[in-house]
Design a protein around this ligand. Sequence first.
Ligand code: ZN
Ligand code: ZN
Length: 406
Amino acid sequence: MITALRGMKDIIDDAPKYEYILNTAIACAKRHGFNLIDSPILEETALFRRSVGESSDIVGKEMYEFVDKGGLNVCLRPEGTAGVARAFIEKKLDRANGVNRFFYRGPMFRYERPQKGRLRQFHQVGVESFGEKSVYEDAAIILLARDIFDELNVTYRLEINSLGCERCIPLYREKLSAFLNRQNDLCDDCKKRKEVNPIRTLDCKNETCQKIYLDAPPIADFLCKECREDFGALQDILTRNKVLFSHNKKLVRGLDYYNKTAFEFISAEIGSQSAIAGGGRYDKLVEQLGGKPTYAIGFALGVQRIYDLIALPHDKREGVYIGAIDKEAIGDIFSYASRLRKKVKTFVEYEPKKLGAHLKNADRLNAEICAVIGEDERKSGAIWIKDLSNGAENKPRLNDWLERFL
Ligand SMILES: [Zn+2]
Ligand SMILES: [Zn+2]
């Protein structure tokens, strides 16, 4: 028997949750002025090496990379931002004025050890905003994520940090490197990160490393005036809009392209430490990928990460179930159903059945109305109706009843 690959999961039982999360997030993103972008799942590997960065676990260890039949090194996207930025530049939007706001949703791929809430193919909804420098955009993006979680009834902790800019971060990097070079007990990963992007060491999960980094110089002490002011302004705006947050000085995010604002939403469920959404500013990325310098900020939300945190709204009965008692009426009810389907969700049963069986079927399908035609109804041009939400029964004229929907 052939089964799905390890870490890859069919969306069947979870389909209602999956759909509910996606629909909710997309509706929020649209209200905030974001438009759909759908970029390819397969991209040149170089795109992720140049954006996500060599020091990240994603590029270092987790990419689904292969050489295609044309000899090109390609990769299943491990995250969404790089592809959207690539599309933004390719479409020359970096040369146009104004702000471009996109949302995307779809599968991402990372070859890591599968565990609860962590799959090798997982889904993200994300947003990217290009061309806005104002810190109000940082706040707006965080408020969008907040709105999505509020609407889904997911409780969270929000952590924010500033990762500085190209003016202030080089000095910090030097100080941090000097600190790291004095340490003897860094894990192997951090020894590598230290060389490629020292800041990435700070969120190492290794306990020995975490203890060492308690004494590391904090980024906050090195921020330039603009970064300090923007970070202060962001905190004011969030407070004014009743968003609770904490300043996590060690928050650096797992990707190399962030600067200034970085943030993570972490589930507030007891015992949970995992980020359910995260993002930040990446003002250098478009330029790094060959475009014109463009301010940018975004976040992504892990769909599977929040499966266990949401309760689906109570399913309301919906639609019409239509069946027949005798074989002669099947052709007719099929035609009625085809017409009804233009306006209302409709189920039709192809086999004649007794009334009780039809009622059971309609109930199982969660239909609101059970409509049945027997010999009597056929002869008198009527239809038997039961409203399953309140139990009311009646027998209207067939044409009148159909007209009500059409
Ligand atoms: Zn700065
Ligand atoms: Zn480490």
